[in-house]
Design a protein around this ligand. Structure first.
Ligand code: Q9C
Ligand code: ZN
Length: 350
């Protein structure tokens, strides 16, 4: 297994996120990735790599994200500081949103005010953007692209070990700690590399709304997500079982929401259902946005998986016998995230 790790991840280190009317310390912290690297040093289930510098990254990003959104991310920090030099000391967070389609606000006349543009592209106020966020997110996407290329070159399994995570980011929006959808970049690169059918199986606690949106009207990328029921769990406004895809994509999205409090037995039964659906689709390759926030000790989530369970999760994923790209998503029980992530990888290796 090849593991591509993001050497620039720590340049993104948000301080606080807005949560129910107050600022709380960020959960998505650099130590998360370091714990995975530390565990990999103890249990080397794969070889560590960094993505090559000459990857066609910009082209790969444009296959998933809109040009205006990529421009926005590229310039965001400079524009934030240009609003007020004192902003250099503060992370950028939005506090005004267009809510266009439902409330009659216009999207055809985008404001010049940068704080307003932040609200145009971000769907929550929990995703701080800072000086190094774009560099970190870009290098993370390079890890995902490198992992896809490794699998296209015959590697059985490749892991993009990166943060910030990606699965909440869509074609033209950020949120849920995510800026660039690494799993979507990998899936699209696999398609562009000649594989006709790609399955994405998202096992993060939160619904993979960004990935779903990227591929919702397509039948060449089958998206499946097992997650906390959006009636009570983030991201709330997407992730219901009746979202089955649209147009040519109808029948090519599967949401498997589970109630908060779900334990391993029921979760694993649902995983088996997801694996059957993936196998019925007969993909050439599997992409797994891997969140470890299904863990019982996760501070912001509500399932109760234990560390040993992740070995079985990995074995079940490996049982499909498909070439597999894994991207690192959530998982906020920082001290255990390394053990849990490497358990999945070890199980997957078989
Ligand atoms: N203060 C991922 O797992 N809201 N994103 C949490 C807690 C946002 C999770 C509120 C959760 C986003 C990649
Ligand atoms: Zn999550």
């Amino acid at each position: 297994m090849k593991i591509f790790h993001n050497t620039r991840h720590a340049e993104h280190a948000g301080r606080q996120e807005m949560f129910r009317g107050r600022m709380v310390d960020c959960h998505e912290v650099p130590a998360r990735l370091q714990h995975v690297l530390d565990e990999l040093a103890r249990r080397p289930v794969g070889t560590l790599h960094t993505p090559a510098h000459d990857l066609p990254l910009d082209a790969a990003l444009r296959r998933v994200h809109s040009a205006d959104y990529l421009d926005f991310l590229t310039n965001a920090w400079n524009e934030w500081v240009a609003m007020d030099p004192a902003n250099a000391q503060r992370d950028a967070l939005p506090s005004v949103w267009p809510l266009a389609s439902r409330h009659g606000f216009r999207t055809d006349a985008p404001p010049h005010n940068f704080a307003a543009r932040l609200g145009q592209y971000a769907f929550d106020s929990g995703t701080p953007l800072m000086a190094g966020s774009w560099a970190a997110a870009r290098e993370g996407a390079a890890c995902a692209l490198a992992a896809a290329q490794a699998v296209l070159s015959g590697e059985r399994c490749a892991f993009a070990l990166t943060r910030p995570p990606g699965h909440h980011a869509g074609p033209n929006f950020m949120g849920g700690y995510c800026f660039i959808n690494n799993a979507a970049v990998a899936a699209q690169a696999l398609r562009d590399g000649g594989l006709a059918r790609v399955a994405v199986l998202d096992i993060d606690y939160h619904h993979g709304n960004g990935t779903q949106t990227c591929f919702y009207e397509r039948d060449d990328v089958f998206t499946v997500s097992i997650h906390g029921d959006p009636r009570t769990e983030y991201p709330f406004f997407l992730g219901h079982a009746d979202e089955r895809g649209a147009g040519t994509g109808e029948g090519f999205n599967l949401n498997l929401p589970l109630p908060r409090g779900t334990g391993f037995e029921a979760w694993f039964g649902t995983l088996q259902r997801a694996l059957q659906a993936v196998s019925d689709f007969a993909p050439q390759v599997l992409v797994v946005p891997m969140g470890l926030d299904t863990f019982e000790g996760d501070p912001i989530s509500g399932f109760t998986l234990r560390s040993a369970d992740y070995l079985q999760v990995g074995r079940a994923l490996g049982s499909l016998g498909l070439p597999t790209v894994i991207t690192m998503e959530g998982g906020y029980a920082v001290a255990e995230v390394g053990i849990n992530a490497v358990n999945v990888l070890e199980g997957l290796k078989g």
